[in-house]
Each structure stands twice: as structure tokens, then as C-alpha cells.
Design a protein around this ligand. Structure first.
Ligand code: FEO
Length: 397
């Protein structure tokens, strides 16, 4: 049975949730599921904005049918061709013959590649407009947020921005689809940050460009392809995206990442964390990189101003899970942070120098304090206390 939600009198939410998915994009754990959003506009012409993942295909088709209330579907606007938003496109096109797909040239190429689609396409360029009756839709290109073909639609009549992947988040929608009707900061912000940095974090420059375009629009609502719809506090969320896409820390504080086989490197990391707090640092979090998923570690790395990497030496190198974290940071253009290093080794400690070499390949990272070397186990707290003092001093500047 259909389950739609009215956003405005003439704009209906027709998406749904997948809580059984284990890995989004076969890579990112989503224990709270994910929503695939789609919207129907009921104007003199009817418009569907994007389709959905196949996992909710049957519900989605029922929702569209219910939202249309017996009317035919005139337009399908395609913002993004990643299959979590296009897997049900063929079913829609077959169900509503005569439908016109409104999109750009790059999407049209992908429509052919994915589906061999050769139906009616109305190609649009940046800034083009389409009048559907009362509503005027303006198309805004946003390449690499998250794929090169991505565009957004701004409904000039209602002030609604259909934002594709931008402003989305992991996490299925509970009862309400609206960000102002859920405790967003408590329940969604961590997932929104993790979604941003893992999905589009590499493309901060392109997100900045999209934000500049958005800044010129009188936005009253944001309808993303995942997560809640925004009607209030839009400036607050745009501000988060601005901070994230400029690669600036969201919080002053220290995140300690450790890789430990038998607990001795963990011990060093935890002594440092305790000492940081003793030196007055209020915001300290600690992660075992072998336990917490790397998508969360990446998100936390971007969140804080100061990072500590503590790794045992393993196969004459960096411990594997720490190596993976550093590779992921590099792949996502990690930059503009302070870092400190702790290494451990029972006969030839090398992890510290190797971690520094990896970090040297990233932009604008500055080391705080001297590298601390542990030989097998911590026998003297003094070097860790000295490092904590240095980090605390740097944070207070
Ligand atoms: Fe939600 Fe880039 O797809």
C-alpha cells in the first residue's frame, strides 16, 4: 500500500526506506538504513523528480500512482544517474508512455548506456527554465556533487531546491520526513557528516561552487535524494556544508586513532588521551582503527582540529587498518589539520616515520610535538605527558 507525504499542497514525497541494506554503495555500513527520496509535483503538468533504488521499487511505483491520483505523468526530471536513483527509471518510463525526460546531455548519455533508453528527452542547459503551469523550474548544474552529470532544480515559484545527493544523509526516515520534526543534531548529524565526507568529500571545490550558486537563490525548502526534507534552519545546514567543503575543522578538539595488536599501543594512546584531559582539553575522542569502520574514522578525522595517529609496527610497516585509514584520508583530499605521532615496535619501530610519509602527501598538515616512540610497552609516561602538553598548548592558541 502506498505511503506518501504531502510537503506542500502540490508537492508529494513518494520515496521510501531500506533498513535491510548492509552496505551502501557496497562500502559503507548503514545500520540505521537509508531513504531513497523522490517527489511528485502536481501542476498543470505533472513532474516526477528522480526515481529510486530497486530495493523499494514496488512501493515507489505505488506511491507515484497514488500521488498522481489518476493523472498521467508528463515529466521526469533526472538529476543524477547513480542507480540508487535511477534503477526504477525504466519501470516509470514503461508505465507512463509519452513521458518526457527532462535532463542534461551527460545524463542522456548515461540513460543510453544504462538502459539503451531512446525515448523523449528534453535537454536542458545551465540556467534553462521549464514552466509547468504555476511553477517555473530552473536548472542548476552541479558537476561532481557527486557524479559529473549531476544537476539540481530550483522551483522558483515555491523556493524549493531539489538538491540531488547534496544535503543528504544516511539513516532511514522514521515517522516524519522533515528535518524540523526530528532531533536532527542528535539522530542525523553524525550520519550526515559521514555521508558527506565519504560520498562527496573529495569534491569540496565543486561543492563550494554549488553553494555559491545556491547562495543566490531564495531557498525556502531543500528536497535531497536521501534523508530529511528541510523547511527550517536551512542556513544552519548550509553552514555545515560550507565548513565541510572548505575542509575546515568543525570542532576544536583531539581525535586519537590507535592501531594496537596486544594492547600496548592502546595503552599509550589512552595515557595520552587522559593526559590531554588533565591538561584542560575538553573535547577528546579515541578510536581503535581495527574496531570502528573506516567510514566513521574518516568522518571523525574531518570533524576535529587535531589528530593523533598511534600505530604499532607491523610487517616492517604501518598496521594494516591504520594504513587503510591514511589511504582513505588521502583519497578524500584530507587537509588543514594538526597531527601528532606515536609509534610502537619491539625490535625496529618504523610505523611513525612511515605514517609521517603518508601524511606528507596531504595538504597543509602540521605536526605538533615530537614523535613518541614506545618500545614494546609504556615504561615512562613523561614523553606522552609532554606531547599532551604540546597539543593542549597548540589548541589554546
Ligand atoms: Fe545517492 Fe550519488 O547517489
Amino acid at each position: 500500500m502506498h505511503n506518501t507525504v504531502k510537503i506542500f499542497d502540490d508537492l508529494i514525497y513518494v520515496g521510501g526506506n531500506d533498513r535491510r541494506i548492509a552496505l551502501f554503495e557496497s562500502a559503507f555500513p548503514v545500520p540505521r538504513g537509508v531513504s531513497y527520496n523522490s517527489y511528485v509535483l502536481l501542476d498543470e503538468k505533472t513532474v516526477l523528480f528522480d526515481t529510486t533504488d530497486s530495493s523499494i521499487g514496488d512501493l515507489f511505483l505505488e506511491n507515484v500512482e497514488a500521488a498522481l491520483g489518476g493523472r498521467k505523468l508528463d515529466y521526469l526530471v533526472v538529476h543524477h544517474m547513480e542507480p540508487d536513483h535511477s534503477a526504477t527509471l525504466e519501470r516509470i518510463v514503461k508505465k507512463y508512455p509519452g513521458i518526457v525526460v527532462v535532463t542534461n546531455k551527460k545524463v542522456a548519455g548515461m540513460l543510453a548506456n544504462y538502459f539503451g533508453f531512446a525515448g523523449n528527452v528534453h535537454l536542458v542547459n545551465e540556467g534553462d527554465e521549464l514552466c509547468t503551469g504555476k511553477h517555473t523550474l530552473a536548472f542548476v548544474f552541479a558537476p561532481m556533487v557527486h557524479w559529473p552529470e549531476v544537476m539540481l532544480t530550483f522551483d522558483k515559484t515555491s523556493g524549493t531546491l531539489f538538491s540531488a545527493d547534496a544535503f543528504g544523509t544516511f539513516g532511514a526516515l522514521g515517522g516524519s520526513i522533515f528535518a524540523d520534526e526530528v532531533p536532527f543534531e542528535r539522530d542525523f548529524l553524525d550520519d550526515a557528516r559521514r555521508y558527506y565526507f565519504n560520498i562527496v568529500g573529495k569534491y569540496g571545490v565543486q561543492v563550494q561552487s554549488a553553494l555559491k550558486k545556491a547562495a543566490g537563490l531564495p531557498i525556502k525548502a531543500i528536497c535531497p535524494l536521501h534523508g530529511p526534507v528541510w523547511r527550517k534552519d536551512i542556513a544552519w545546514y548550509l553552514g555545515k556544508y560550507d565548513t565541510w567543503s572548505r575542509y575546515l575543522p568543525e570542532e576544536k578538539g583531539v581525535v586519537v586513532f590507535y592501531a594496537s595488536v596486544y594492547g600496548h599501543t592502546q595503552n599509550a594512546a589512552e595515557i595520552l588521551a587522559t593526559s590531554l584531559v588533565a591538561h584542560g582539553v575538553k573535547n577528546v575522542v579515541t578510536y581503535d582503527v581495527s574496531v570502528t569502520d573506516v567510514s566513521e574514522l574518516l568522518s571523525e578525522a574531518f570533524r576535529y582540529s587535531h589528530l593523533v595517529f598511534a600505530s604499532t609496527t607491523y610487517n616492517n610497516g604501518i598496521f594494516v587498518n591504520m594504513e587503510r585509514l591514511l589511504a582513505d584520508l588521502k583519497a578524500h583530499a584530507f587537509q588543514n589539520r594538526k597531527y601528532s605521532i606515536i609509534e610502537n615496535g619491539s625490535w625496529s619501530p618504523q610505523a611513525g616515520g612511515l605514517m609521517e610519509a603518508e601524511l606528507a602527501g596531504m595538504k597543509n598538515l602540521t605536526r605538533v610535538g615530537e614523535k613518541v616512540t614506545v618500545l614494546s610497552s609504556v615504561r615512562d609516561r613523561a614523553p606522552l605527558d609532554a606531547l599532551a602538553a604540546e597539543i593542549a598548548r597548540d589548541l589554546s592558541e
